[in-house]
Design a protein around this ligand. Structure first.
Ligand code: SAM
Length: 227
């Protein structure tokens, strides 16, 4: 149950020096940084699974802190080990990615403050087919309110799935939400992150091997239109 993993009481309590020691050399130095603002996590991979996306993104944005959130204990431990091994064999690299075991549907506001994030990823989330289980889906109108809160203006939500019904559902939730608008196709084609959604994720690779279809919806956080 949730009591088995520690949850920060607020985003200010999240232990950056533990997750990103390269960026936060010691907790004491936390306080003397010549006034420069400390970096914060900007990308969140929700339900990161085995961490393929984080590993793929890390070298593309070496100065951007990224956090994977994963519910399964063993999978989270695997991702931790994977990142530590990558850091050990590539000194100075992969210092910007980390993972927490958590239930993102419950605890997102404990990790991120308002407008903190510039990208959120929901890649191949669990489908929860049955109608009565739709409330368990990680994209819903209610949860989009939370995601809109955590995202900065212009921030982007990336979603992809191989389940057509879930793809339609995620797109319609985003379409119906007043704080999101679709990112135009030409922008998506130029976005290096888009290519990784399938090629870097373990689920995406599986789907590609089996020649399966994928359904993508990418939306931008916008200001509420004045009526
Ligand atoms: N995104 C990865 C990929 O594309 O390879 C993993 C996809 S996997 C099908 C979905 C993952 O979401 C699982 O690892 C599952 O444990 C995780 N998950 C499901 N509900 C979650 C929640 N509420 N909070 C955090 N992770 C969750």
């Amino acid at each position: 149950s949730d009591s088995h993993f520690p949850i920060p009481i607020s985003p200010a309590e999240f232990d950056y020096s533990h997750h990103y020691p390269h960026f936060f050399p010691s907790s004491r130095e936390h306080h003397k940084n010549d006034g420069a603002p400390f970096p914060k996590v900007k990308f969140a991979d929700i339900g990161c699974g085995f961490g393929g996306l984080l590993v793929g993104l890390s070298p593309l944005f070496p100065d951007t802190l990224m956090l994977g959130m994963e519910l399964r204990d063993k999978v989270t431990e695997y991702v931790k080990e994977r990142i530590l091994a990558l850091r050990a064999s590539n000194p100075g690299q992969y210092e910007n990615i980390s993972v927490v075991r958590t239930n993102s549907m419950k605890y997102l506001p404990n990790y991120f403050e308002k407008a903190q994030l510039s990208k959120m990823f929901f890649l191949f989330p669990d489908p929860h087919f049955k109608e009565k289980n739709h409330r368990r889906r990680v994209i819903s109108i209610q949860l989009l309110d939370e995601y809109a809160y955590a995202l900065e203006l212009g921030g982007i939500i990336y979603t992809v799935t191989d389940v057509e019904e879930l793809g339609d559902w995620m797109r319609s939730c985003l379409e119906d939400h007043p704080l999101f608008e679709p990112v135009p196709d030409e922008e998506l084609e130029a976005d290096p992150v888009v290519k990784l959604l399938i090629s870097a994720t373990e689920e995406g690779q599986k789907v590609a091997r089996n020649g399966g279809q994928t359904f993508r919806a990418v939306y931008r956080r916008i200001k509420l239109e004045e009526l």
